[in-house]
Design a protein around this ligand. Sequence first.
Ligand SMILES: *Cc1c(COP(=O)(O)O)cnc(C)c1O
Length: 235
Amino acid sequence: MNQTSTVAQRLTAVRERVESAAHAAGRSPDDVRVLLATKTLDADVVRTALELPEAAGMLRGENRVQELVAKGPALADLTVETHLIGPLQSNKVNAALRWAGCIESVASVDLGRRLSERVPAGSTLDVMVQVNVSGEPTKHGVVPEDALDLAVQIAGLPGLRLLGFMTVGANSPEADLVRTGYARLADIRDRTIAEGVATATELSMGMSGDLELAVAEGATLVRVGTAVFGPRQVR
Ligand SMILES: *Cc1c(COP(=O)(O)O)cnc(C)c1O
């Protein structure tokens, strides 16, 4: 079996996992989109995957601005929506703005302000607030207690549109623990909408190993890498 047909089959398998998780939760599968996390993959591999009919409607996510920039020109003709899903240093804001349509990793008002200042007049940048629901010290994101305040501030900055929230779930075999974190993100989202930020509907949560738990708690965007591309080479 060649590699492309493997990727095609895995894309289908991911879609089926999302569908059955949505059905199990009494949700419409159409309300859960799939983002392909393409970190460490070369642009030609990314292109081949995204051009497959099995990837129709899927998004692309990069963790590192460096990779966004490196692959950007080679993928510029694709209409696939591209998100930054890793931390953004303030000196790389311009590069991120150039190659990503949404920054999922906004975790400070300072970064929000910098983005707001650089958005070209008359246009809007989509952002999400990243929350560290697990409290694991290695994880990026605002603490849950401060997430609502931050979200309201970000939503008020000119040129930014707050689409919702992103998290990387707990790295734990205990499903209850992982689910509790996702439920917490959903609660933050609901309270943000109740505060009047009507655009903040998205919940970007769930990865290859736990997307069912995230869909059960309301994920609208799951981010998968290894389930489609196989184990990553360590760089
Ligand atoms: C790599 C990555 C993913 C995908 O992880 P897999 O376990 O490979 O599915 C999702 N979200 C973020 C932020 C990532 O860096």
